[in-house]
Ligand binder design. Structure first.
Ligand code: ADP
Ligand code: MG
Length: 263
């Protein structure tokens, strides 16, 4: 952990229920600048809900989120539920938490270049010339300079995901959130996306990565958090969490993944 680096994202005691299903039972996390934190857990353990609570795509029932020291304002309604306290703050903070989804979520009616310049122009009011120049540099960075005029449907899944990463970067995020970025890809396309993510990690970007890629968790991230039924079961460096496999739950999770990877 980069314990000496400033805290980029601070999350305290997040709770979330859907009806009477208590999905997140008090999750806390400090991400320091440059941390790459892999979030592991079985399907249904609350990983996506947790990421969505960080940018208020999902409203937590309780807890706090602060980005670079700025607490997200939430207010409690009379029925006890929280709601955003300041819509403009939410929009701003969302643009600083670049999110990459399993299914890419590119705008299908826009070219690759348009996908990259839309946010910077509309949300950040940057000039078209500046947005295009930066978009071209980002496309070169993810190895897709020649695809700027293509529509997403004409790209492979791995290419679409690299465009989605470039689109997130175009907003100059303080923290990047990835939700199973390689889970929808054919196996032969996983590597090209992981390579781009490794480059970002090496550049010192702060990243929270929900993933089933054990290699990434062990060798690229500097910290691993294992969620089990909405609680943090294990949290530490890869060496700590994988090394002795202290937790029985985590041991079972890892062995089921090895079985799956072998098939
Ligand atoms: P994971 O990403 O770890 O697979 P999720 O965060 O997607 O888990 O889901 C955790 C649990 O919350 C699951 O049981 C899921 O069915 C439930 N859940 C997620 N979103 C909703 C929702 N909008 N309404 C009701 N239940 C939900
Ligand atoms: Mg999920």
């Amino acid at each position: 952990m980069n314990a000496v680096a400033p805290v980029a994202l601070s999350v305290r005691n997040i709770h979330k229920s859907f009806g009477d299903h208590h999905v997140l039972k008090g999750i806390s996390l400090d991400a320091h600048e440059g941390d790459v934190i892999s979030i592991l857990g079985a399907s249904g353990s609350g990983k996506s809900t947790f990421l969505r609570c960080l940018n208020l795509l999902e409203m937590p029932d309780d807890g706090t989120v602060a980005l670079a020291g700025e607490a997200l304002k939430m207010k409690r309604r009379r029925d006890g539920k929280l709601q955003p306290g300041d819509r403009r703050q939410v929009d701003r903070v969302r643009s600083q938490l670049g999110m990459v989804f399993q299914n890419f979520n590119l705008w299908s009616h826009m070219t690759v270049l348009q996908n990259l310049i839309e946010g910077p122009m509309r949300v950040q009011k940057r000039s078209r010339a500046e947005a295009v120049e930066e978009a071209e540099a980002l496309l070169a960075k993810v190895g897709l300079a020649d695809k700027r005029g293509h529509y997403p449907a004409h790209l492979s899944g791995g290419q679409q995901q690299r465009v989605a990463i470039a689109r997130a970067l175009a907003m100059h995020p303080k923290v990047m959130l990835f939700d199973e970025p390689t889970s929808a890809l054919d196996p032969e396309l996983v590597g090209e996306v992981l390579r781009v993510m490794r480059t970002l990690a090496d550049e010192g970007r702060t990243m929270l990565v929900v993933t089933h890629e054990m290699g990434f968790a062990k060798h690229v991230s500097n910290r691993v958090m294992f969620l089990d039924q909405g609680q943090v079961d294990s949290d530490g460096t890869p060496a700590e969490v994988f090394g002795e496999l202290k937790s029985e739950r985590f041991r079972q999770f890892v062995s089921s993944h090895q079985d799956r990877n072998a098939h």
